[in-house]
Design a protein around this ligand. Sequence first.
Ligand code: UD1
Ligand code: UDP
Length: 380
Amino acid sequence: MKKIFLVGGARPNFMKIAPLWKEFKKYKHLDVSIVHTGQHYDFEMSQAFFQDLKLPNPNFYLGIGPGTHAEQTANIMIKFEKLLYTETPDIVIIVGDVNSTIACALATIKFRCSVNSTNRPLIVHIESGLRSFDRTIPEEINRVLTDTISDLLFTPSLDANENLKEEGTLESKIYFTGNIMIDSLLAYKKLAKKSKILEKLGLKKYALLTLHRPNNVDDKKILIEIINTLKEISKTIPIVFPAHPRTKKRLTEFGLLPDAPITLSSNNPSAITNNFLIIDPVRYIDFLSLESNAKFILTDSGGIQEESTVLGIPCLTLRDNTERPITVTQGTNIIVGTKRESILKAVYKIMTIKTKKRKIPELWDGKTAQRIVKILNREL
Ligand code: UD1
Ligand code: UDP
C-alpha cells in the first residue's frame, strides 16, 4: 500500500482535489487521505464544497483559520509536520497557490531533511508553473517557492512549462497534464442546469461579480472606485455579487454596505442598489449555474478566468495582470484593470459587440486527473 496525502485548505483547492480523490479510489494499492488545513472554515467556503463535490469528510483537519501570512503559513507547517511524523505518507500532493500549498510543501521538504531522506515523501504540485511575474501578489511567491521544492510538477498549459524551464527547472520533473479544475467543471456542468439559484434570486439577464484580491479590496480608495463603477454598470444590467468573507468585512468596515451589518444569503439578498445584489458566497453547483448563465463575468479570481473560458462566457478581469495568459490568448478573458474608464469601456464593448471567438485550451478536457494518476502510479 502506498500512502497519499491530498492536501486542500481554501475554497479553490477543493474542486482541484475532488477529481484526484475519485481517480485514486480506483486503485486498491493506493491509500488516499484528505488533509484539510482549515485555512477556510465557514460552511460556504469549505464544507459546502465537500458536499457538492461528493468528497468524504477530511481524514485530517488541522483547524488553522485566519492569521497574518507568517502566522497562517507557520501554523499550518507546525501542524502538518506533526502529521508527517505520525502518518509517514509516501506522497504529498498540493494544489494551486494558497498559503496552505506552500506551507505543506515546505513542511514536507524540511521533514525529509530531518529524517535524512532525499525523496520520500514525494512532493507533487498540481497547477504548477503559472506566473504573473508580479511579486507584490502573495500567491506569486507561493507559486515560485512551491515549484522550487516540489519533485513532480503538473502543469495546466504549455506556457507554464516554459516558465518552469526559464527558471532552470529540470525538464524531467515537468508534466503537461491539463487543467484539473476543469475536470470538476465538466463533471458538474450538467447538474448545475438543475440549480434553482436563478429563480431564487429572480435573475434573467445579469452580470456576475466576484472580488477578493487584497490589492482590490483591502485598499479603501480602490474598493470605492470599483464599487462606484459597478453601481454605474448596474444601471444597465443587474449585477449579482457573491461576496467573499474578506470582501464582506471590508465593505462593512468602509461603510459601503448601506444597511450593514446584514445577513447575506441567497434567500435574503441585500442590495447595494436595486440592481446590485450582494449575497453570501454560493456553493459550487449554484455558482456554476450563475457563471453559465451570466451575460458576462467581472472578477479578480484566478479559477473563474479559467472556468469562464471553458463555458464561453466573457470574463473581464479586474486586475492588471494574470498568471493564466492562455485564458486571454485563447479564451474569453480580457484584462481590464481596476480603473473606472477601462472597466466601463470593456463592459460597453461586451454589451454591444459580438464576443470574441474562443478556443478551449489543450487538455482542458476533464481527463487531467486520469493523466496525473497514471504518471504517479508509474513513479511509485
Ligand atoms: C485565500 C488565498 C487566495 C485565494 C482565496 C480564495 C492565500 C494567501 N490567499 O485568500 O489565493 O484566491 O483564498 O478564496 O492563501 N475568512 C472567513 N471565513 C473563511 C475564510 C476566510 O471569514 O472561511 C476571512 C477571515 O477574516 C480571513 C480573511 O477572510 O482573515 C482572508 O482569508 P485568507 O484565507 O487569509 O485569505 P483569502 O483572502 O481568503
Ligand atoms: N466559487 C464558488 N462560489 C463562489 C465563488 C467561487 O463555488 O461564491 C468557485 C468557482 O467556481 C471556482 C472557485 O470557487 O471554482 C474559485 O475560487 P476563488 O475565486 O475563491 O479563488 P481563486 O481561484 O482566485 O484562487
